[in-house]
Design a protein around this ligand. Structure first.
Ligand code: NAD
Length: 504
């Protein structure tokens, strides 16, 4: 039986069943477009988190022994169910996150692509084989699952980021405990129910809702073998340190400050369109949002200032449920205050405020957390609005004399998630790709989020750990390698004892 009406009172999904809130430790979920409470989610008790871990542990032996092709059949069915239930999932995303429905569709589509990748993973789990490495000796290496692994996910992609993690993890033969963001937990929970409907055995995927207490318990439990985290940099760093200290494998993806270089030869119409979408889409609450423009030359700076401020005037900001809007609200009243505070800081540090989003009011949605698109020009590297991740609809422009200065700025910044160069000059683009200290690079592509069969990850303080998320790296992250060397007794190959180190 599938309980799809979970928006009002959100519990957990443990051992194949929706677990309704029990202990009454509920926190409110707000609809950011209206500011109203649209539901409540339970912060799992320690006993409930333990139940989820125990369920995953119990499910592991049988799931590990399930042939990869059988695991993949569940993924094929899940893909179909996700497509069938896409409208409902996007409504849940939009209601709790605030992003406009068309943007939620894009998010879900990218998540489905991770499920599609998972469908083909038996191909990547084959291992490597060498025959006759010595007399009558064969060798191979195989990928074995880790056991019970966990994922902790952020509010800004409530459906997609969990799908970066658990489909790959379980395809590798692991079982999983997911801890979604408490701000918008419903879509991940809904998808877990669909996975069960697709045939996933109880316990292979468990979802517990909660906050730091639940996360700490997962990081301390000796059953948990690996931790995938996506969220802000301070939390990512703390989680990486704690997980590592507790002997767990960890990948922790953090925050960002993504720069775009606009060269004097760039196609300005394309640049302006690209910057508008990449800076203000999803209200700037994307880890790949372009939040800094480096205009090469004053002429380009003047042009972008005029063109962007004119486009900002036409931007349609409003409720996430209205598909005609370009941009919805911020996630919470608290985050609204944080982002507004950054704008105040830019003004007090004497950046040039060209478009001021603080003036916006959306008729009929006066209690929503709406902040308009904001543009600062003539920003300097020492300013807080340049140094910090704002995670809102605030685009800051710096004017630089040449590409080398732009490149140095990017390489000196603490974050290294994404970046883009807009140019018609292939030589400049090629040099940029080679030299830039950033994990994901676009050339005239403003949001270079890798497709599902290339892994996703930043450099510097945008990622703690070695392996990136989803794609081929996920096979490495969610498995450990075993190397086997084998010889069967044979009458033709009798050997005496050998005391020298074996070699060919
Ligand atoms: P967040 O760090 O506040 O929370 C992320 C998760 O960690 C949530 O599940 C939350 O409950 C949990 N959490 C929060 N504080 C914790 C603590 N002290 N101890 C243990 N767990 C804790 O992040 P957020 O506000 O939900 O998401 C926005 C941030 O995520 C931004 O910084 C954004 O750049 C980043 N992000 C990064 C990527 C990436 O791929 N690099 C992708 C999406 C979002």
């Amino acid at each position: 039986k599938r309980d799809t009406d979970m928006t009002s009172l959100v519990g957990h999904f443990i051992h194949g069943e929706h677990v309704a809130p029990q202990d009454g430790n509920l926190i409110d979920i707000h609809n950011p477009s209206t500011g109203a409470v649209c539901g409540q989610v339970e912060m799992a008790s320690s006993a409930l988190v333990q139940k989820a871990i125990d369920s995953a542990k119990a499910a592991y032996p049988a799931w590990r022994a399930t042939p990869p092709a059988k695991r993949a059949q569940v993924m094929f069915r899940l893909k179909v169910l996700l497509e069938q239930h896409s409208d409902k999932i996007c409504e849940l995303i939009s209601e709790e996150h605030g992003k406009v429905l068309h943007d939620a569709k894009g998010e879900l589509q990218r998540g489905i692509e991770n499920v599609e990748f998972a469908c083909g993973m038996p191909q990547l789990l084959k291992g490597e084989h060498s025959k006759d490495v010595g007399p009558g000796i064969d060798a191979w290496s195989e990928f074995q699952p880790l056991g019970v692994v966990t994922g902790i996910t952020p509010f800004n992609f409530p459906a997609m980021v969990p799908l970066w993690m658990w489909p790959s993890a379980i395809m590798c033969g692991n079982t999983f405990v997911l801890k979604p963001s408490e701000k918008d937990p419903s879509s991940a929970l809904y998808i877990a129910v669909l996975a069960a409907e697709a045939g996933l055995p109880p316990g292979v995927l468990n979802v517990v809702n909660g906050d730091k207490a639940a996360v700490d318990q997962l990081l301390e439990d000796p059953t948990i073998q690996a931790v995938s985290f996506v969220g802000s940099t301070p939390v990512a760093e703390a989680i990486y340190q704690k997980a590592s200290a507790n002997g767990k494998r960890c990948q922790a993806l953090g925050g960002a400050k993504n720069h775009a270089i606009v060269m004097p030869d760039a196609d300005v119409d394309n640049v302006v369109n690209a910057l508008m979408g990449a800076a203000f889409g999803s209200c700037g609450e994307r880890c790949m949002a372009l939040s800094v423009v480096l205009a090469v030359g004053d002429e380009m700076g003047d042009t972008l200032r005029d063109r962007l401020s004119a486009q900002i005037e036409t931007l349609k900001v409003g409720a996430g449920s209205d598909n005609s809007n370009d941009m919805g609200p911020l996630i919470s009243a608290q985050h609204f205050d944080t982002v507004s505070g950054f704008i105040d800081s830019g003004v007090s540090q004497e950046a040039d405020l060209v478009s001021d989003g603080r003036k916006l009011s959306v008729e009929g949605f006066e209690e929503g957390y709406f902040l308009g698109a904001t543009l600062f020009d003539k920003v300097k590297p020492h300013m807080e609005i340049y140094q910090k991740e704002i995670f809102g609809p605030v685009l800051v422009m710096l004017r630089v004399p040449d590409m080398q200065t732009a490149l140095e700025l990017i390489n000196e910044h603490e974050y290294g998630n994404g970046t883009c160069i807009f140019t018609r000059d292939g030589e400049a683009a090629r040099f940029f790709i080679d030299q830039v200290q950033v994990g994901m690079v676009g050339v005239n592509v403003p949001l270079p989020v890798p497709v599902s069969y290339h892994s996703f990850g930043g450099w510097k303080r945008s990622l703690f750990g070695d392996l990136h998320a989803y794609g081929p790296d996920s096979v490495r992250f969610y498995t450990r390698r075993k190397a086997i060397t084998q010889r069967w007794p044979s009458t033709n190959l009798r050997e005496g004892s050998q005391f020298s180190f074996p070699s060919n």
